[in-house]
Design a protein around this ligand. Structure first.
Ligand code: NAP
Ligand code: MG
Length: 504
């Protein structure tokens, strides 16, 4: 079925069927590049739909749990092949829905493909371990077990990659899923549902309920039959979900905001650092949790660096991400663009120097979308709000620093701890930065963005709550350890006692 048709028919995906919301209500999903372009019409669901979906996932759980993992893997391999076949169509749809430029949308779908194959490979591993027992004729081992129904709540900035990271890991481990995509980008998750349907995932194993955070997200994450919640989004919402889940001790995985720093030392290759800063700050229009929103530049080179950065930022081509040559798309929504505009005002009031951009782009074709000029602030101090708060738009801030030590201190002075990077040719300082940055991800001589799917992804401090996704670490979120002892001595053996009983 073509994506066009799929979208026209799209509803919630529950128990293997595409259903309208119980309320019968719908909402429009529009292209942020061009308001006149209606991407799709989606159900505006609520608690009732959540109930049905959770029941479907619960019903499908025993069968899926007991399906051998290598068989589960075959379905994920099939899903990966379908995603590969449809990559271009899915990427184009994503650009229309979310605005990121086509090359990046292809990358987003590619992450889903990579995750499908990575998770499928785990179907023949899912390793636990065996270990000696302290007693004779006794065997000890540790196995992974699935947990049950998982609620996945995802953001709009990686419309397919993040849902895929979470769902592929949950599925290979033997769990069933109800996913609530961001209201701004339901189409990519609907497409993922279609992919699983074609791959013949059993009905009810993967369910999609579309609707708002309050009407669908909240009843879903607090549902008694939901055993795992995996959320990616803002720190504010993450904190709310954390409190809501605490009374029932649900397994909770949170990936939240970032305020990522690149530390550029006086011995850095300045041109390379400028390239990294431009990509990290303006890629995905700055709407990445790993965006390079702080540039901590040694004062010896800050003049040269800033001049080159501003020159590059000015040449970036902003426009429709489907057009060749365009490097920066729109913000995802009017609200997001208003947030960015507000932060530019805050930066100016705080006394930072606006070096370029700082305004909405409304000329010609751009008037139909939520465009904003790539923006650079200079002469900022670490205390300013633009240096501490996540803006989530095409705005970056240059903060001059006097030494490596000061740079690390400033880098670590924010509440977030997702990604960081250092540009230097000095191996000793590179290693010290690797050790001392308070982040879950770190790069040397590269930007703060560019995670690969087989490594753990996530952050510390107010970015995360101790879990990681993707990589093998992603499996941890969706499995419980069970320790199993088998005594074949034929008599009662008492651990810790019989091994240390004195002879008399
Ligand atoms: P958001 O507003 O927190 O929304 C994230 C998801 O949570 C959406 O699906 C949203 O639904 C839902 N939600 C909202 N309120 C809820 C509630 N009370 N209960 C349950 N669910 C609720 O974040 P966003 O604006 O979509 O995404 C941007 C944020 O995500 C940034 O802070 C960014 O740093 C973070 N992010 C982090 C990572 C990471 O891995 N650390 C990766 C990507 C993005 P609606 O769409 O209906 O509001
Ligand atoms: Mg939209």
């Amino acid at each position: 079925m073509s994506t066009e048709v799929a979208l026209r028919l799209s509803g919630n995906f529950i128990g293997g069927e595409w259903l309208p919301a119980a309320s019968g209500r719908t909402f429009e999903d529009r292209n942020p590049t061009d308001h006149d372009d209606l991407v799709g019409i989606f159900p505006e669901s609520g608690r009732e739909d959540v109930e049905v979906a959770v029941a479907a996932a619960r019903g499908a759980y025993p069968g899926w749990r007991d399906t051998p993992a290598p068989r589960r893997a075959e379905i994920l391999y099939a899903a990966g092949a379908i995603l590969t076949r449809d990559k271009e169509e899915l990427a184009r749809l994503m650009t229309r829905e979310m605005g990121k430029v086509l090359a990046e949308a292809r990358g987003d779908v590619q992450e889903a493909i990579d995750m499908a194959f990575l998770a499928a490979g785990e179907g023949r591993r899912l390793f636990g371990f065996t270990t000696p027992s302290e007693l004779p004729n006794k065997f000890a081992m540790c196995v992974r077990q699935p947990i049950g129904v998982c609620a996945l709540v995802t953001p709009w900035n990686f419309p397919m990659a993040i849902p895929a990271w979470k769902s592929m890991a949950a599925l290979i481990a033997g769990n069933t899923i109800v996913i609530k995509p961001a209201t701004d980008t339901p189409a990519s998750v609907v497409a993922l549902g279609r992919v699983f349907e074609e791959a013949e995932l059993p009905a009810g194993v993967f369910n999609v309920v579309i609707g708002s955070g309050s009407e669908v997200g909240d009843p879903l994450v607090t549902h008694n039959d939901v055993k795992v919640v995996s959320f990616t989004g803002s720190t504010d919402v993450g904190r709310r979900i954390s409190s809501a889940c605490a009374p029932t001790f649900k397994r909770l995985h949170l990936e939240m905001g970032g305020k990522n720093a690149i530390l550029i030392l006086e011995d850095a290759d300045v041109d390379l650092a400028v390239e990294g800063a431009v990509w990290g700050a303006f890629g995905t229009t700055g709407q990445r949790c790993t965006a390079s929103s702080r540039l901590l530049v040694h004062e010896d080179i800050v003049g040269e660096f800033t001049e080159k950065l501003v020159a590059r930022a000015r040449t970036l081509q902003v426009g429709n991400g489907l057009e060749p040559g365009v490097q920066v798309g729109p913000l995802v929504s009017e609200r997001q663009r208003e947030t960015v505009a507000r932060y530019v005002e805050i930066g100016m009031r705080e006394g930072a120097t606006l070096l370029c951009g700082g305004e909405k782009l409304t000329e010609g074709e751009l008037s139909r979308g939520w465009f904003f000029a790539p923006t650079v602030f200079g002469d900022a101090t670490p205390e300013m709000r633009i240096s501490r708060e996540e803006i989530f738009g095409p705005v970056t801030t240059v903060i001059p620093i006097g030494s490596f030590e000061e740079g690390v201190k400033v880098a670590n002075s924010v509440e977030y701890g997702l990604s960081g990077s250092v540009y230097t040719r000095d191996v000793e300082r590179a290693f010290r930065a690797m050790r001392d940055f308070e982040t879950g991800i770190f790069y040397v001589n590269s930007s703060t963005i560019g995670a690969e799917v087989h490594l753990p992804f996530g952050g510390i401090k107010n970015t995360g709550n101790g879990h990681r996704e993707a990589g093998i670490a992603g499996i941890e979120v969706f499995t419980e350890w069970k320790s199993i002892y088998v005594d074949f001595s034929g008599r009662l053996q008492r651990a810790q006692i019989d091994t240390h009983e004195s002879a008399d």
